[in-house]
Design a protein around this ligand. Structure first.
Ligand code: ATP
Length: 236
């Protein structure tokens, strides 16, 4: 279980994240819904140690993740799929995937995990020898998720995975993410795409101007007027 308590992030005088509390269990998808500038990326960066925490704590399975740096994430059991994906364009799909298997916890299971990734993303298996940058945006996003899976994390953090993808591809991607969840991993996804993310999540939180303003089961949030007002123009 990932437990985020009182997490606060400032950029100079700007309070980007204000005492955020949330949890992600194993085998569940938790989505944090927020508009542009709500603090979604700051939340993930604060968890991942990519920006200094002004206050608060993050623990994974009871172990405090203090003084964490981006490079020590995989050994700690966290994997981040950042906005923009951070993949290596000139390398093949398979080379990119195998790069994910660097932590001790993952190295001995590399081939087995690769098969698991290929089961969930058959397209990546078909394209394993293809140079990554020649693939579509959706395929590259799938490869980014696959690479993160290769590190065998307990918790996968995803920064707006739907960004820039066509709706039909977003649907495929979230259905695949549900299969990743079914392997027992916990997923924390920050998103603006309310409908598709809630449809595939167990629970969700609303993030507005750095604060959690609502939380509930995905089913309840879909019916919630605050969600409709904030994201769906009250129309859905
Ligand atoms: P987006 O969807 O646009 O990426 P977001 O919800 O991820 O938005 P953040 O990127 O976390 O939001 O930004 C939260 C707030 O902090 C915004 O007002 C943003 O302008 C500000 N901010 C983000 N990064 C920095 C930074 N490095 N320095 C100063 N302010 C920043």
């Amino acid at each position: 279980m990932l437990e985020i308590a009182n997490l606060t992030v400032r950029y100079g005088k700007h309070l980007a994240l204000d005492a955020v509390n949330l949890t992600v269990g194993s085998g569940e998808i938790v989505v944090v819904l927020g508009a542009n500038g709500a603090g979604k990326s700051s939340l993930l960066k604060g968890v991942a140690g990519m920006v200094p925490r002004d206050a608060g704590s993050v623990t994974l399975n009871g172990t405090p993740l203090d003084g964490l740096h981006a490079h020590s994430l995989p050994n700690a059991g966290l994997a981040l799929v950042p906005e923009g994906r951070g993949m290596i364009g000139p390398m093949t799909v398979e080379e990119n995937l195998r790069l994910g298997a660097t932590p001790d916890r993952a190295r001995d299971h590399e081939d087995e995990t690769l098969e698991q990734v290929f089961d969930i993303f058959p397209r990546l298996k078909e394209r394993r020898r293809q140079i990554l940058r020649t693939m579509s945006g959706g395929e590259q996003q799938m490869a980014a998720v696959g690479r993160a899976m290769m590190s065998k994390p307990d918790i996968l953090l995803l920064d707006e995975p739907s960004l820039g993808l066509a709706p039909i591809i977003v649907g495929d991607l979230f259905r695949a993410l549900a299969k990743v969840r079914d392997t027992g991993m916990g997923l924390l996804i920050v998103e603006q795409n309310v409908t598709i993310s809630l449809r595939n999540a167990e629970r969700g939180y609303l993030l507005e101007a750095g604060r959690i303003t609502g939380a509930g089961t995905a089913q309840d949030l879909m019916q919630d007027d605050a969600v409709k007002d904030a994201f769906l123009g009250g129309a859905a």
